[in-house]
Design a protein around this ligand. Sequence first.
Ligand code: PMP
Length: 466
Amino acid sequence: MYAETGSQWNVAELEDAAHRHLISPAEEMSKLGTSGGRPLFTSADGIYIRDSHGRTLIDGPGGMWCTQVGYNSQPIADAIAAQALRICYNSPWYSINGPASELARRIAAFAPGDLDHVFFTTGGSSAVDSALRFMQFYNNVLGRPDKKAIICRIDGYHGSTHLTAACSGRAGNRPNFDLALDNVSFISAPNVFRRPRGMSEEAFLDMLVAEFEERVETLGPENVGAFLAEPLLASGGILIPPKGYHRRILEICRRHDILYISDEVVTGFGRCGHWFASEEVFDIVPDIITFAKGVTSGYVPLGGFVISDAVLARVSGENARGSFYTNGYTYSGHPVSCAAALANIDIIEEKGLLAHVREIAPYFQEEIRKLGELPLIGDARGTGLVACVECVTDPDAEEATDFDKEVALRVDRYCYEGGLIVRPIGSMCVLSPALIITREQIDDMMAILRGSIVRVQDELKAEGRW
Ligand code: PMP
């Protein structure tokens, strides 16, 4: 009997069940079956989460960059229930449903340029995977079977399918798996903070663009199918490329007929104050934009990509050359997920959340940068409603050290004790709160984070470790 109903939680039983039977996506295998130390979250409202000990916490990472309109939204819950009762499922292989059709229309309306056709998947990994498979389909139909290489970045993250994992350049995600690397090529991350010592940001940008151009030449433009990039590297540590980076790379892509795939799984749906960040924040209209997460504010799984008419026209209609596109899922365009997304978009519009983010983000960024003045923080950065502080114990080290990472985990622990969830990624603590966050709530978040950093600084000094 499921013990979660009512106000009484049988916490011990649920924790025991998790330890015995649940495998998480990030599992230290030596600890499987013991206490993994993961909190059990029981309910949530707005930007707040409650854990099984009755503690109320500010959800700093917004779930995982996804709870745009906040928890406990009645209109989204109603839309899910109504659609589940109306028609919970239809096969996308031989039928269409109302919510998917309407959602495609809405997304096409606010996607940049001529990005007008939407393909739905079940999340971010499947969205990127499908975009890459589209690139393969496209070049096969165009009679260019060799034009398949994907150029992506070290420290990028694009998902957990066979192909998207191969395209994810974060070292921590890679050990002990076999990766489909034959057509994948990595270039440097646009990590401004860790750029070569003494190099100006302009020179760094030139270096990054030159590296891309050289890689295209080395591989041969006739062999390069796509450049795959997050507008800002999120899981890789909130890396915001120098101004002009995407634009200059896009120009090279255009010259060589390489598809530019902008992975907006994190930046889409308002995180940077716009439906998508590619055009308004980073000044490009890519060929394909992938999305997930914020499209439903995390209420139900959904993802997809939106693609330009110009690209699609080359392999459809009279240019189809008899080709048949077959890629997709039982749950592509799931009606309940699409109904949730429509309700979510309505809320973002009715509450003016894009404008709210544009208004409040400068304050959020200003406050996070103030934390950058603390001695333990080497860099504090971000844009829109996404930011991080990076712990640096040794300013001479070129890379984050194991000690930096240990320190970030300690900051994370004290934040939790103080009532704030942050996401520790390596030496960083990351924030990407729900878009509904207020100035006062930002103040609360920053006060807890500051207090935790100061506490760690004091402890490290007392321990003689820093
Ligand atoms: N792309 C990016 C940029 C992401 O951050 C993520 C997930 N964090 C994904 C793709 C994969 O999405 P999902 O976990 O929904 O499969």
